[in-house]
Every structure is written in structure tokens, then in C-alpha cells.
Design a protein around this ligand. Structure first.
Ligand code: HEC
Length: 158
């Protein structure tokens, strides 16, 4: 009988410890989780710089914005961006067009366009900013880009 009580006491002590430990763990876990979760870094985005990149890097050869640019590919007006407000969606859609884009870039520009992450962030910002897009005019097109739009590729496609 004595030993039965003893066992009961031990069991409740064990239960107490388990619950206590669980409570302690629970209160500690969230801060651990915050430290162990994805570590991301988000760039500052400049739609104004994106506007320059959009023309200089040649997106505008195939995609129009504010009626400036080519019509080979869909226009990238902010008003049409409902499905691409999220940057990951935007670049997922761009990736889907990658094969065609790379072939056309090679043919129209003669090279594959290279970007930094910051460049892409700024271009994305430009595609989302209707006010900045309204400022894009024909006079923003660099000469060599205007030449490709008007006269086709300088380097013939293979
Ligand atoms: C040489 C032509 C060309 C150039 C240059 C080009 N693209 Fe494209 N882009 C395309 C084509 C073609 C598609 C595929 C269109 C389709 O699938 O209907 C496409 C698709 C896209 C899409 C997906 C559009 C949608 O509605 O799903 C995005 C976003 C995009 N391009 C962004 C860009 C950006 C940003 C640049 C400049 C860095 C760029 N493209 C340069 C031809 C081009």
C-alpha cells in the first residue's frame, strides 16, 4: 500500500515534470522557430531606376508599356498586372516565356541580357507603378533600342 502511494506520487511528479517541461519548451520554441525560419532579404525597389532598365536592357523591344515599345510580347502595363502583383508570380510567368525570350533576345539584341537581383527588383517595381509608367515616352528609348524596334535586329537570326 505504501509503495502504491509512493508510485502514485512518482507518477504525478513525472507528469508534473512532463507538463512543466512541455510548457517550458512551448514558451521557448517560438523564439527558436523565428531564428531557425527562412532568412530572407528584401531589396529596396526603385521604379524610377526600373524605368531606365526596362528600356536600356531591351525589355521594351518586345513588351510595350504606356504604348511605347514593341508588340511581339504582351504589354507590361501596370493595369494588366493583376496576376503578377507578387514578384514570385511575375518571375514565374517570365520564366514560362524564357525559351521564347532567350531566342528572341539572341536574334533581336544579339546577346542574352544579364541582371543583378537589384536590377530585377527595380524592373518589377516599374511594372507595378502606373504613375511611373505614364512617364515613359518614345524619347526615353536609347538610340540602339529604337533602331531595333524600327528596323529589326542588327544581327540576323541564325
Ligand atoms: C526579344 C523579345 C523579348 C524581350 C527582350 C523580353 N521579353 Fe518578356 N516575353 C517575351 C515573350 C515572347 C514572352 C512570352 C509571351 C507569351 O507567353 O505569350 C514573354 C513573357 C514575359 C512575361 C510574362 C508575361 C505574361 O503575361 O505572362 C514577363 C513578365 C516578361 N516577359 C518580362 C520581361 C522583362 C522584364 C524583360 C526585360 C528584362 C523581357 N520580358 C524581355 C519576349 C521578350
Amino acid at each position: 500500500m505504501k509503495s502504491a502511494i509512493h508510485r502514485k506520487q512518482l507518477l504525478s511528479l513525472a507528469a508534473f515534470c512532463t507538463i512543466g517541461f512541455a510548457t517550458l519548451t512551448a514558451s521557448v520554441t517560438p523564439s527558436h522557430a523565428a531564428q531557425d525560419g527562412p532568412k530572407t532579404s528584401w531589396p529596396e525597389m526603385s521604379a524610377e531606376r526600373g524605368k531606365d532598365l526596362f528600356t536600356e536592357r531591351g525589355c521594351v523591344v518586345c513588351h510595350a508599356v504606356n504604348n511605347v515599345g514593341g508588340d511581339i510580347a504582351p504589354s507590361l502595363d501596370a493595369s494588366n498586372m493583376d496576376q503578377s502583383r507578387n514578384p514570385f508570380e511575375f518571375f514565374a510567368r517570365m520564366w514560362r516565356g524564357a525559351d521564347e525570350m532567350l531566342h528572341l533576345q539572341q536574334a533581336d539584341l544579339g546577346y542574352q541580357v544579364d541582371f543583378s537581383g537589384q536590377d530585377l527588383a527595380d524592373i518589377f517595381a516599374f511594372t507595378q507603378d502606373a504613375n511611373m509608367q505614364e512617364r515613359l515616352t518614345q524619347s526615353d528609348l536609347p538610340d540602339h533600342i529604337r533602331d531595333i524596334i524600327d528596323n529589326g535586329p542588327s544581327i540576323p537570326a541564325e
